[in-house]
Design a protein around this ligand. Sequence first.
Ligand SMILES: *Cc1c(COP(=O)(O)O)cnc(C)c1O
Length: 440
Amino acid sequence: MANPFIKNIDLLDVSNMLYDRDQSFADKMDREDPLRQYKADFYFPKNQEGVEMTYLCGNSLGLQSKQTQAAIQQVSEQWKDYGVKGHFNGEHPWVPFHLGLKENMSKIVGALPSEVTLMNTLTVNLHLMLTSFFRPEGRRNKILIEQDVFPSDRYAIESHLEWHGLSIEDHLIYIPKSTHNGLVDEKIIKDFLTENGEEIALVLIGGVNYYTGQFLNIPAITQWAHEQGCIIGFDLAHAVGNVPLALHDANVDFAVWCTYKYLNAGPGSIAGAFVHERHHDDRGIPKLKGWWGHDAEIRFKMRDAFKPAPGIESWQISCQPILSLAPVKASLEMFIAADMKAIRNKSILLTGYLEFLLKELKTDRIKILTPALQAQRGCQLSIFIESADESVHHELTKAGMITDWRNPGVVRVAPAPLYNGYRDVWEFVKALKKVLQIGG
Ligand SMILES: *Cc1c(COP(=O)(O)O)cnc(C)c1O
């Protein structure tokens, strides 16, 4: 099954793009931007003087849209007006509330609706997936992860090794480092899997690395893992809503993601999970059960033995937190209306512009860690600044920029296509130039 939302993405070649340093170019691009209408839907944080700041931090927490408040308000009103009857009555009854979300979410990650659900938060979903898919057997009892894995993922994995009585030292293994920039060399993954595959029960990788912004080739890595008989899962925290995904076609076993970064669903918003359809009817897979994983048709009969709901829904445990799902609903509707293809196209151009402006700067203190190839990155560029400390970050904030800082010396800048434009990128580079006192 092809993802209709990404099928036709012909990756624009930004190397042929005639970018220009002049501010008038940025303004012209903003005027002609097919997604320009969306910016007005968002609230931007202001500085102490009440001036809106330039927000380039969607990799950490996306901005609130005006539709979000309305969606929360709607649930609140329905509860007020209907009480328990809200489960089946009102504009958006709560029992089937998540069905429309599954439909929209599945399009964004390239999956069947039955393969996707919204539940819990990312690390909790990762625990549920590890419970089901880490099944060490004989010599095949190790977990393979990246060197630069997100800490929460590593903690989750360590706890499952401990749970199975396996030492972390011998059973948690890392993809060997490649030489350049801390990027992952996909060929090294392939070779490592070929050599060590039969000892590896499970591979877990970030689709887009949170630190470098590298977007890995998910279908290829999945295939290499499967050739060695390993289960493979992806953490898509930095990929979802950012890059085109086709989880079903790629044959990925499972994936988890949060919705508060590029998907703008608010702090700690309800997360997503994917389990490939080929695992749905496998009764041998262990699961942590709860009544919301039980067949919905007979859920309220309350007396039956556990009968798994179809698809990934059998991984659900508790009833749906509708108030928390309301912002996810609003956000997904916006992504579907804007269309992932248009979002990705703008993203490629916009991040290409950021890269162009950075390269024009007359300094050798700046190095972009993120891959130069657009197929290997999303919207984020991780910019390493030689001999810089956090004061650079504070100066950038004073200059009206909201970005984020990671030691040692990395500014992560993520122009989000729905609410950022070319002028934002232009203003950021202007501020960086001033803070680092770069002439020319
Ligand atoms: C943001 C992020 C998380 C966050 O996990 P939570 O459970 O939502 O707190 C996990 N993994 C990666 C790679 C992330 O970027």
